[in-house]
Each structure stands twice: as structure tokens, then as C-alpha cells.
Design a protein around this ligand. Structure first.
Ligand SMILES: Cc1ncc(COP(=O)(O)O)c(C=O)c1O
Length: 460
């Protein structure tokens, strides 16, 4: 268990969650840090949940929470939506298996739906996570262009592997000038050679981005970005238009990582809102209906380089065509296109098609209410975001446009508020963003605003 200076919020948190504390002490003997994904950890120990239902989570101590993490945004219909549960059961019963290991109907059904909502995705492939989706997107960019560097933006997350685990959350003092950031690896064990192949760009700074891309154009296969940084800081429209134009001119593929924004910002993701057609898109989270899933799609000519019918690959057992690394882009996976997950994802899309507008309305109500409560205490705070994601940023800046702006905000106060909110039954990993679902209604929003009021009254 890590040692942290105990704030009042943390002290109350510890009082409220003794069983989680005890559990974490035991789980640390099983899993490093007591967790099986580093993101699940926060200090002094994470809450251990036992049950989820609708908009609510219930922990080992029997505490009830309105859940705004929703598994990092994945659960847009909340916990255990009856229609998704039914779709999963039907798939298992009707099709009689968990896994075909062959092509099957739902692969095409989901693909057709996704291509209708995301017209830039002219061909698609399935993966088992968002991480795998961006990994495949980058390989496609390498394979298509024959170039082997990738550019990413400071503060953007695309998964946990070497090429992109760069400058996600660097110390600003170590990260070079704002308009020409240097790459900082975010993990032990990242191969320094691979790290060097990643070029870091400043988000929402078109001039500097163009300069860096132009310098590296002969080596850059693609630019990958979260079109809405962290799911909540939007790119300026001019920035997005300029980025699309310059990448086209320089022969660099534009990759939208819409793992957070897909089906959350709008049904058609950020690309629908910006009116931009990226060359490649990665999706995940919501579209898996709560199961591990990812989709990669893009221009036909880019995607088709992975077609084994056209090219031989490592699994071509006929030996009629010899595997030729210059021809083929290898992509495979035992669980790709898992039927149960596709059934859950398709049902999730169907529900969202009729209910997404109400999620946006409720999100706006909550955002407005939170800002008003801060204002009543003369604290400058913003609820930044589009669609069903936002973050609470306590800052004196008029606008937060990128990672460095965000770093200037008052994280210490935000964190203290978050621990107090946990005590009041609002579940949010401290400092994380808020995501809403179709089952977050007036009751939950009022309850959340009351909790905010209680906390702010306690602190000020
Ligand atoms: C924008 C973005 N890309 C990729 C990933 C990785 O997805 P996964 O955790 O499913 O591997 C995430 C996860 O949070 C993400 O937010």
C-alpha cells in the first residue's frame, strides 16, 4: 500500500471503505499493486466493487455509488442493461456456441452498421481491445506508406505499448518547449529505439504541428490523435481542417483514435461532428457493449492490404504462394469478431439510436449544475466536454486547449473534492473524466448535485 499524506477526504474515504482496504491488502499478495490493470489503482487503495446495476455500483462494504466512471466510458447503457443481457443470452442459445472460429453473420451485421455510421470506414477488422485497434491502425499506416515513424500528440492516450506510451502525462519541465515537445516514455521497459520512432506534436497548435510534420514527412507513416483529447478537450475546427489538409499534402495517414469518442460524442463519433474523413479509425469501449472489443476501419485501399485472399501470409498452408513480407499485412486473433460481443455491441447501438439524445441532455444539465455550484463559492471551474463525456477543470484560464493548459489547473482541490464525493456516494476515480449513460436520469443528476453541494459546503 502506498504512503500518501492523508487529506480529510482520504481519511473519510478510509473510514467508509474498510473492506476494500482489507481486500486490497490481500489482493496485493496476488497481483502487483493489487490490480490487474494499472488504471484501476488509486491511492491509498481502490474501492472494490461487488455488484453493478443500472447507474449504480455497490462495494464490499455495502456502499452505493452513482457510477460516472462506467468502466472508463465503456458502459453507455449502464450496468447490466436488460436488452444487452438478453441479446447475449439469445446469441449463445440460438447459435449454440461461444465461438465459431470461422466467418459468421454477426461480423457482417456489425460491419454494415458501423460503416453506415462511420462512412470513412470503407472496410473494417475486429480486435479485442482499443489497444489492439490502435496497434493495427499503426501497422496499417506503416504497411501502406512504407514509412516507419508515427506522430502523436502530447497528452493523448492510445494504449499501453511502446510506440504510443510516449508523452501521455509527462512532467512539463521535462517535456521540452510547448510548441515542439520532446517524447517522454511513460513506462519502464519501453524500448528506447521504438520510443525514438515516435514524434510528439502540440495539440491545437496548427502552425507548430505543420512545421514538425513537414520536417519528418519522409519518415512519418501516420499521425494518430484523440480528436477530443482525453475524451473532453475538443480540437478546434480550424486545427482539425488544417491537420486533414496537411496530412493529405504530405502523404501521411490521419488516424482518428475514437476509442473514447465513438458512440459517445455522437453516434458517428468526433469525425461526424468535425465533418472530417480520417484515413483510419480505431473504435472500442461503447461498441463492445461492456465486453473486450475494438474495431479498425478506413479507406478500402489501406485496409485491403491485409486481405489474405489477395496476398499470401504466414498462415498460408497451401504453400502455393510463398509468404512475402512486402505484400501482406498480418492481422489475426483467435477471438477476433467474437459472436457474443458482437451481439452485445449491436444491441447497444440499437438502444443508443433512440436514446442518445437524452444522454446528451442529461449531461448538459449536470455540467451546468456543477459549474453553478462552484460559482456559488466564487471558484472558477469549467465542465469541459461534448456529448456524454466531460471533465471538471478548476482553472483560472479562460480556455483549456491542450495538455499543458490542463496541467495548470488545480488538481489538488479537484482531487480533494473527488474523495469527498466518493464518501457521498459518487463514484469517480479521483481526477478522472465523467461519462454518462442512458440510465443516468434526473434522480441520479439531482443526487450528484446534492452531493457536490454538500462537499463544497464542507470545504468552503
Ligand atoms: C483513446 C483511447 N485509445 C485506446 C485505448 C485503449 O483501449 P483498451 O483499454 O480497450 O485497450 C483507450 C483506453 O482508455 C483510449 O481511451
Amino acid at each position: 500500500m502506498s504512503v500518501v499524506k492523508e487529506s480529510e477526504g482520504i481519511k473519510e474515504y478510509i473510514k467508509k471503505t474498510p473492506k476494500s482496504k482489507e481486500f486490497s491488502e490481500k489482493s496485493s499478495l496476488i497481483m502487483p499493486g493489487g490490480v490487474t490493470a494499472n488504471i484501476k489503482f488509486f491511492e491509498p487503495y481502490p474501492i472494490v466493487m461487488e455488484k453493478g446495476k443500472g447507474a449504480y455500483l455497490f462495494d464490499l462494504d455495502g456502499n452505493e455509488y452513482v457510477d460516472y466512471m462506467l468502466s472508463y466510458g465503456a458502459l453507455k447503457l449502464g450496468h447490466g442493461h436488460p436488452k444487452v443481457l438478453q441479446a447475449v443470452q439469445n446469441q449463445l442459445q440460438d447459435e449454440g456456441t461461444m465461438l465459431f472460429g470461422t466467418p459468421h453473420k454477426l461480423e457482417v451485421e456489425m460491419g454494415t452498421k458501423v460503416m453506415e455510421l462511420y462512412p470513412s470506414m470503407e472496410r473494417i477488422r475486429y480486435t479485442n481491445s482499443g489497444t489492439e485497434a490502435t496497434l493495427l491502425a499503426i501497422r496499417l499506416a506503416y504497411g501502406y506508406t512504407g514509412k516507419y515513424k508515427i506522430a502523436k500528440f502530447e497528452g493523448h492516450y492510445h494504449g499501453g505499448y511502446d510506440q504510443v506510451l510516449q508523452s501521455v502525462n509527462p512532467k512539463v519541465n521535462d517535456a521540452g518547449p510547448a510548441n515542439n515537445p520532446i517524447g517522454i516514455s511513460e513506462s519502464r521497459g519501453v524500448d528506447p529505439y521504438i520510443a525514438e520512432q515516435t514524434i510528439i506534436l502540440p495539440f491545437n497548435n496548427l502552425e507548430a504541428t505543420i512545421e514538425i510534420l513537414t520536417k519528418w514527412k519522409d519518415e512519418l507513416a501516420g499521425v494518430i490523435l484523440e480528436p477530443i483529447q482525453g475524451g473532453f478537450i475538443p480540437a478546434d475546427q480550424d486545427f482539425m481542417d488544417g491537420l486533414r489538409k496537411v496530412t493529405e499534402e504530405l502523404g501521411i495517414l490521419l488516424i482518428f483514435d475514437e476509442v473514447k469518442t465513438g458512440f459517445r460524442i455522437s453516434m458517428g463519433g468526433a469525425q461526424q461532428i468535425y465533418g472530417i474523413k480520417p484515413d483510419i479509425t480505431a473504435l472500442g469501449k461503447v461498441v463492445g457493449g461492456g465486453f473486450p472489443f475494438g474495431i479498425v476501419g478506413g479507406k478500402k485501399e489501406v485496409m485491403d492490404i491485409s486481405a489474405p485472399s489477395a496476398f499470401s501470409d504466414v498462415f498460408d498452408s497451401s504453400q502455393s504462394k510463398h509468404s512475402n513480407a512486402q505484400d501482406v499485412l498480418f492481422h489475426s486473433g483467435t477471438y477476433n469478431g467474437h459472436p457474443t460481443i458482437l451481439a452485445a455491441g449491436l444491441e447497444t447501438i440499437a438502444v443508443l439510436e433512440t436514446e442518445i439524445a437524452s444522454v446528451f441532455e442529461n449531461t448538459e444539465k449536470l455540467k451546468k449544475g456543477i459549474v453553478e455550484l462552484f460559482a456559488s463559492k466564487s471558484i472558477r471551474a469549467q465542465t469541459i466536454g461534448i456529448g456524454s463525456i466531460f471533465n471538471v477543470v478548476i482553472t483560472d484560464l479562460d480556455e483549456v486547449k491542450n495538455y499543458r493548459d490542463l496541467q495548470q489547473s488545480n488538481f489538488a482541490l479537484r482531487k480533494e473534492i473527488d474523495y469527498h464525493l466518493l464518501v457521498e456516494g459518487i463514484y469517480m476515480k479521483p481526477l478522472n473524466r465523467y461519462s454518462l449513460s442512458t440510465v443516468h436520469g434526473e434522480t441520479e443528476i439531482n443526487r450528484t448535485l446534492e452531493a457536490y453541494e454538500t462537499v463544497l459546503n464542507k470545504l468552503f
